[in-house]
Design a protein around this ligand. Structure first.
Ligand SMILES: [Cu+2]
Length: 157
């Protein structure tokens, strides 16, 4: 039994040392990850998800990237003079023991200069980077606005 423990420790140590790859975010879970199927003729689209922070400290999401997009931005929506405006955000807070919903009409991720146009049902990788440099990779499902009619009035991208 003692032998087994030693082997485990050696294996774990070598994993840590090999670590060129960024560390994985602990205590944060993502659900409901979706990417909008881009509108015809547009090379941008939006991504949505829920972030749940199970830790006692707040976290900040500082960036998101995806292999399908040249670049991505964190955006918020706010009403200015009766008009909904998008604003770029440097970071988005995920409260301690709380959550933040990225959804139509609120925070969202804009995927810009698309390299590829995802089709309905396709899975699209999103990589979320947090303020401590740790990352989480999630598979988002591509969804068309026409799949969910009640979302149509939010679609201004
Ligand atoms: Cu936007």
């Amino acid at each position: 039994m003692k032998y087994f423990v030693c082997v485990m420790m050696v294996v774990m140590a070598s994993v840590v040392q090999a670590g060129e790859a960024p560390k994985v975010t602990q205590g944060v879970a993502i659900s409901e990850a979706k990417v909008r199927v881009p509108m015809p003729g547009r090379d941008l689209t939006a991504a949505y998800f829920h972030v749940h922070n199970q830790r006692d400290q707040e976290r900040f999401l500082v960036s998101v990237s995806s292999p399908i997009a040249e670049r991505a931005e964190l955006h918020s929506h706010s009403e200015v003079d009766g008009m909904m405006r998008m604003r770029r955000e440097d970071k988005v807070q995920i409260p301690a023991q709380g959550h933040q919903h990225f959804q139509p009409g609120g925070y969202h991720v804009m995927l810009l200069d698309l390299r590829r146009r995802p089709q309905t049902g396709e899975s699209v990788e999103l990589v979320l980077t947090f303020d401590d440099g740790s990352q989480l990779s999630v598979d988002a499902v591509a969804e068309s606005v026409f799949d969910r009619r009640h979302d149509n009035h939010h679609n201004h991208h």
